[in-house]
Ligand binder design. Structure first.
Ligand SMILES: C[S@@+](CC[C@H](N)C(=O)[O-])C[C@H]1O[C@@H](n2cnc3c(N)ncnc32)[C@H](O)[C@@H]1O
Length: 357
């Protein structure tokens, strides 16, 4: 008997489901490769499992099984006669070096450990507080953002924002709202020594890391403060405010955007970077990253906001809602662009638009 259309579709979908599970497991393997230094060891050239284990200082049996997974996944090439494994050139480009995507895998493996707690939130409501994700989240977020900040802020984002470079060169007072470990401010402080950068975050462990990095680089113009940005206005005025991926998971995002507006000088510039998405689900159907964004949101961004009784905008709250929020808070000349430093990000540039008294 031939299968009905529905049965054929279900069989094909079973393959897709297996593909989701396969991807999740390969993500764990990539995370292990990143943590143990196996990708860097493999970058030195073809090796047997024993040679690779020696290079990385690891146990051969585990390395062999890991290699088998990543070879059958198309990440390594295997020469059976010599039993050597070679990291394929495309994998070398994507999983090693300064632009490696391997550190991103840790966000998946970290958030997977919260499934039990989030299941409880589905049933009982409420959320999981930011503190419950730390200290690991602090480092994961840093690993996620750091390379983009290094590679794309000074030569990418700054020239893409009208007047920003001139202001930073002349000397501006700049706030980085929800700065995490503050690497964006550190990179900018190094490039624009006449400007003062102050990173604010509610997380003490993240702020300690920002202070330590600024001290190790001898950057007197990068300061970091533990502060709830719901009270940012009192720390102003600022000539420029940045927020990198830090508005959507606030308890009161509208309140924070109003505070940013209040904290800005009359001709001040606000650069908001958020995940590149549209606000309506139906407009994200063709976005291949959307399922991942909504999943990260379910496992982190929504619960951290709901833990404080917040608005829970979600990671993919999208351009339209972001622009509305900016407009309602008094911002003008609002422009959206792809974020030059972040392939998954959008950059919304706006001006304080206040009368100069
Ligand atoms: C997704 S992380 C982004 C961190 C950093 N900007 C980056 O791009 O790597 C969001 C940050 O916002 C911070 N945050 C959340 N609510 C805050 C609040 N009310 N005041 C200050 N920081 C807050 C969190 O602690 C976290 O470090």
């Amino acid at each position: 008997m031939t299968a009905t259309i529905e049965e054929q579709e279900a069989q094909a979908f079973a393959g897709e489901v297996m593909g989701f599970y396969r991807g999740a497991m390969i993500t764990c393997m990539i995370d292990l490769g990143e943590r143990t230094g196996l990708f860097d060891a493999a970058a030195h050239g073809p090796a047997t499992s024993g040679e690779l284990a020696t290079r990385a200082g690891l146990h051969e049996r585990y390395v062999r099984e890991w290699l088998a997974s990543l070879t059958t996944a198309g990440i390594f090439d295997y020469e059976a006669s010599s039993r050597t494994f070679t990291l394929l050139p495309k994998a070398l480009a994507c999983l090693t070096g300064a632009h490696s995507m391997a550190p991103f895998s840790t966000l998946n493996t970290l958030l997977a450990t919260y499934v039990d707690q989030i299941e409880q939130c589905f049933r009982d409501g409420g959320g999981v507080s930011y503190d419950m994700y730390r200290p690991v989240f602090t480092d994961v977020m840093d690993a996620f953002s750091r390379h983009g900040f290094d590679a794309g802020l000074v030569d990418g984002l700054v020239p893409a924002v009208p007047q920003l470079g001139d202001r930073l060169r002349a000397g501006a007072r700049v706030a980085d709202v929800g700065c995490g470990t503050g690497h964006a401010s550190i990179v900018l402080a190094g490039a624009f020594p006449a400007s003062q950068f102050i990173g604010y975050d509610i997380a003490g462990d993240a702020i300690d890391k920002g202070r330590a990095e600024a001290a190790s680089l001898g950057l007197p113009n990068a300061r970091f403060e533990v502060q709830d940005v719901a009270g940012l206005a009192a720390a102003g005025p600022f000539d420029v405010v940045f927020s990198f991926d830090s508005i959507h998971d606030q308890r009161d995002p509208a309140g924070v955007v109003r505070q940013i507006h209040e904290a800005l000088a009359p001709d001040g510039i606000y650069v908001m970077v958020e995940a590149r998405a549209q606000s309506a689900i139906e407009d994200n159907l063709a976005n291949p990253v959307a399922p991942w964004l909504y999943a990260v949101s379910t496992l982190h961004c929504v619960p951290v906001s709901l833990a404080e009784g917040g608005a829970a905008l979600g990671t993919a709250w999208g351009e339209q809602r972001a622009r509305e929020l900016l407009k309602e808070s008094g911002f003008v000349h609002i422009e959206t662009h792809p974020a030059p430093h972040d392939p998954l990000g959008m950059m919304i540039i706006s001006r304080a638009g206040k009368a100069i008294s």
